[in-house]
Design a protein around this ligand. Structure first.
Ligand code: PGA
Length: 247
């Protein structure tokens, strides 16, 4: 299974800043081995600039969210055809910030997953427990429920095109990454919750850095990373990718 590293820039970088990042980043990732996939998910407004520069490289283009409808009266929203037209191949769905700050429900995530798959985008489904859920011992129930809800009605070939990202909410942007062994255990639980997930890439996310990526990459249930803060610096992100490849 290929290793996948996704950079989630969140609301960082203008188009000009994206160009400056790629000027430094792209020369450092020219010789990626075939077994690694790199996806960059800039803000919508930087996607055209990123698309121009990523054309002909091995780095794929992702979006950070989208609407489930293809068009309509949804002020401020972006649809799958709009992303596809720009060369986007992946879309992050159900990130905890979308769930917590923008009222994205399990049902909405499920609708988006169906649309992404129907339209030919690869969904990267983010899920994870809060600190309160972890302390209450309900982590496994929570992530399995989120996974089932997001994948409701998805089966067969479509299911094989899904990527899952396990992101404990308390580890996101805090510098307190989840212990790699524990992350691997939870990810194994998600994998085992449905037989068709046996070969699904499952990524870890939450304060992943160039120095801790190796400890995740060597775990059997970890197929890569969804990286926020550490994807913003071109040299650091290239180093993280190199370390993911090495381990
Ligand atoms: P972080 O964010 O790497 O900054 O913790 C990860 C994410 O939110 O996807």
């Amino acid at each position: 299974m290929p290793r996948i590293v996704v950079g989630n820039w969140k609301m960082h970088k203008t188009a000009a800043q994206t160009a400056a990042f790629l000027d430094v980043f792209l020369p450092q990732v020219t010789a990626l081995p075939p077994a690694i996939e790199v996806v960059l998910a800039p803000p919508f407004t930087a996607i055209p600039e990123a698309a121009r520069r990523l054309h002909g490289t091995r780095v794929r283009l992702g979006a950070q969210t989208m609407h489930w409808e293809l068009e309509g009266a949804f002020t401020g929203e972006i649809s799958a055809p709009m992303l596809l037209e720009l060369g986007v191949t992946h879309v992050i769905l159900g990130h905890s910030e979308r769930r917590a700050l923008f009222n994205e429900t399990d049902h909405a995530v499920n609708l988006k997953v169906h649309t992404a798959l129907e339209q030919g985008l690869t969904p990267i489904i983010a899920l994870g427990e809060t600190l309160a859920e972890r302390k209450a011992g309900t982590t496994d129930d929570r992530v399995v429920a989120q996974s089932h809800a997001a994948l409701k009605g998805v089966s067969g070939d479509a299911l094989r095109r899904v990527i899952i990202a396990y992101e404990p909410i308390w580890a996101i942007g805090t510098g307190e990454n989840c212990d790699p062994g524990e992350a691997d255990r939870v990810m194994g639980t998600i994998r085992a919750s449905r037989t068709e997930l046996a070969d699904t890439p499952i990524l870890y996310g939450g304060s992943m850095t160039p120095s801790n990526v190796g400890a995740y990459a060597e775990r059997p249930n970890v197929n890569g990373g969804l990286v926020g803060g550490a994807s913003l610096d071109p040299e650091g992100f290239a180093r993280l990718i190199a370390n993911a490849v090495r381990s």
